[in-house]
Design a binder for this molecule. Structure first.
Ligand SMILES: [Ca+2]
Ligand SMILES: [Ca+2]
Ligand SMILES: [Ca+2]
Length: 695
């Protein structure tokens, strides 16, 4: 059926220099290399105007109030000057060409017809739903919104039955059925309007995200487990988790109890049953899903497409949204699309060297887009329109086939920008126009360089947000390893709060590419460097669960931070109970479903409290942050949105600390349930208080 090009194991094993599993981690910043001064170009400025104006923009302050904020955006298109006033700084509206609309006046000379309408491709339903013209003296006229810069074909319909071209417009094109259509060629206008972003019924700033690593979560159907792939040891092998298992946990209410309302699932595309070598001398299976082989098929280890659809439906029934990991940078060398269209991929040979990222080619700079992650992972050349179309068609098909609500996009900085901007345009045209809901797209750019991350953040043309790796590093250093004072974290936050403009970033402490968070939080941290990849403890000398409760309390403090800041907080599966694990693949151990220690149970209860508090207080999801008192060991800030004020006091030290700066009066601590009195409040060792004024 297919003449796939398979790199045999002999070839792979001879090439043992490729990195570990699916996606080698890119560069780490030079120590602390994130500082970057605030006020980067275009902050605010770019957010002004029409689309992406205050309406759905990050800071709710101007966006109207909580619950259904962004509602302002649905008030219709905003026109030139008016939009500028609504945004920051006046001027023409800001949107990409695909969202611009021009007013075009259609005119037809009046004779003795009773009615005239215009039909055409100015709108999705423009050929079936006409726009009536109004008679004005000797002419019929109508102002119709047409897309900026793309050809518009049209006809007039007289008295509901007679289709004619425009007698006053010589521009005509064949209509495909033997006649002609009149043509407005690529209309452009100075006074364009912008189509508003669709905000739908869910505001993504309210999201609490949970990353389900499907293969490692729960085996809900042993019939799909397949057989072992020779040469692959258990930690890098398929372990049975599947969509049926995830669905079961949705049904059981696990996520609802946790306060999670968005699930991120590992990539669903069919991967090969084949081993690939890592740089660590171990062979890996494709349990992670990042080696797409048959892009239009579901991975059989996880179930069928119907199983995935059922999972999504089950989630929706519980008011939980689902986003899928989508790996677009490359395919596996056994993929039919690579065999059929080798010209859609960057050649591995690059002037006599093998262009593998970090080997013959660099991870950064001009090679970053074209380098292959492995010599068995051909890299799409998205400068080729046909390759782009194929890939984006596939992404759109997955959305349509499954009913998902968003994508987590892998390795964004390794793909050509046109893929991202075209996907956004297609999502608007093909998905959001049908669903009426905003399709959330969050990207991964593994770096401490905020500008590199921000480059892709633009909800109207690129991504809604990205994972906030720089924040994660600062939080780990200040709250878990305690290698930097909390004053460092505060100064970082001060510049980070508005850094991504209208973006809806995802904040996190741990993920599948770094060692389990709990080990950074141990009394003696297993890794002192917050950027450690843990590969020294990935296959042997594996870390075990810390004893006692102190590490869990420190991790709880880190969650208090991200659950009281704006952004979509992410929980990596098992981190809600502080699961143990070193570097990849040890950080992907099977989910622990029973036998929790008291410290694990305490952490889980803390996370549930945080999600409840966050859900109840728009200040935490929309608010403006104001720093209160900060010391090396304590961090205190106020979050405010309209009438909602919440004070957050965090103490990382091993003794109680008194935190000042809270107003006089009586306060309820939402975490402990106790009452305290300002302005100076004692916070016990390794804990936090989240305060609201006592009624
Ligand atoms: Ca299974
Ligand atoms: Ca497969
Ligand atoms: Ca690439």
């Amino acid at each position: 059926m297919r003449s796939t090009l398979v790199l045999g194991l002999a070839v792979l094993s001879a090439f043992a220099a490729c990195a570990t599993s699916e996606e080698p981690r890119k560069q780490l910043p030079a120590a602390g290399g994130t500082a970057g001064s605030g006020g980067s170009p275009g902050d605010g400025g770019g957010a002004g105007g029409c689309v992406g104006n205050g309406a759905s923009a990050g800071n709710g302050a101007s966006a109207g109030n909580g619950a259904s904020s962004g509602a302002g955006a649905t008030t219709g298109t905003c026109v030139g000057g008016a939009a500028g006033a609504a945004g920051s700084g006046g001027g023409p509206p800001v949107c990409n060409d695909a969202d611009k609309r021009c007013q075009h006046e259609f005119k037809y000379p009046a004779a003795n017809e009773a009615k005239v309408e215009v039909r055409g491709d100015f709108a999705a339903d423009g050929w079936t739903v006409g726009v009536p013209l109004a008679k004005s003296g000797s002419e019929w006229k109508a102002q119709v919104e047409v897309p900026w810069g793309s050809d518009v074909q049209y006809k007039f319909v007289l008295d509901g039955t007679k289709w004619v071209t425009d007698p006053n417009n010589p521009a005509k094109v064949p209509d495909g059925v033997g006649g002609e259509n009149s043509l407005v060629a690529a209309p452009k206008c100075g006074n364009f309007t912008c189509v508003p972003p669709i905000t739908g019924t869910f505001d993504w700033r309210d999201g609490v995200l949970y990353f389900v690593f499907v293969d490692r979560f729960l085996d809900g159907d042993t019939s799909n487990n397949g057989s072992a792939i020779p040469g692959v040891e258990a930690p890098a092998a398929y372990q049975g988790g599947d969509w049926a298992g995830v669905r079961k946990k949705i049904q059981d209410g696990y996520f609802s109890d946790l306060g999670v309302n968005v699930l991120w699932l590992t990539a669903p595309m069919d991967n090969p049953n084949q081993a690939g070598w890592g740089t660590d001398g171990h062979q890996y299976s494709a349990y992670h899903g990042y080696w797409p082989q048959n892009l239009d098929k579901a991975e059989e280890h996880f179930g069928s497409l119907a199983d995935l659809k059922a999972l999504v439906s089950e989630a929706h029934a519980k008011d939980i949204r689902v986003i899928l990991d989508y790996a677009m940078n490359h395919v596996h060398s056994s993929s039919p699309v690579y065999a059929q269209h080798p010209d859609w991929f960057w050649p591995l040979d690059f002037g006599g060297k093998k262009c593998v990222c970090g080997e013959g080619c660099g991870w950064e700079g001009p090679d970053a887009k074209r380098c292959w992650f492995r010599d068995y992972l051909p890299d799409f050349d998205f400068t080729k329109p046909a390759a782009r179309k194929y890939s984006i068609d596939n992404a759109i098909q997955w959305i349509k086939d499954t009913g998902i609500d968003g994508f987590r996009l892998d390795a964004v900085k390794h793909i050509e920008d046109a893929w991202v901007t075209e996907l956004r345009a297609r999502v608007k045209a093909d998905v959001e126009s049908q669903s009426g809901e905003h399709f959330y797209m969050v990207g991964e750019t593994f770096t401490g360089d905020r500008d590199a991350i921000k480059y892709y953040v633009d909800p109207s043309t690129k991504l809604d947000g990205q994972f906030d790796f720089p924040l994660r590093a600062k939080a780990v250093a200040a709250l878990l390893t305690r290698s930097a004072p909390l004053t460092d974290l505060e100064s970082f936050l001060a510049s980070n709060d508005g850094y991504y403009g209208a973006g809806v970033m995802s904040t996190f402490i741990g993920n599948h590419d770094v060692p389990r968070s709990i080990h950074f939080a141990a009394d003696q941290p297993v890794w002192g460097n917050e950027w450690a990849d843990g590969k020294d403890k990935a296959w042997s000398a594996l870390p075990s669960l810390p004893s006692g409760s102190s590490a869990f309390e420190r991790l709880a403090n880190a969650y208090t931070l991200i659950f009281t800041l704006r952004g979509v907080p992410l929980l990596y599966y098992g981190d809600e109970i502080g699961m143990a694990g070193g570097g990849d693949p040890d950080n992907r151990r099977p989910m622990q479903w029973s036998g929790l220690t008291p410290a694990q149970t305490g952490l889980l209860a803390h996370v549930k409290k945080l999600t409840q508090i966050r859900a109840a207080h728009p200040a935490l999801r929309r608010g403006t942050r104001t720093s209160l008192a900060t010391t090396a060991d304590t961090l205190a800030y106020k979050m405010q949105h309209n009438a909602d004020s919440v004070y957050v006091l965090i103490n990382r030290s091993d003794g109680a600390q008194t935190v000042g700066g809270v107003p006089n009066g009586s306060w309820d601590d939402l975490l402990s349930g106790s009452k305290v009195t300002g302005p100076s409040i004692s916070v016990p060792a390794r804990s936090a208080r989240v305060l609201v004024a006592s009624p």
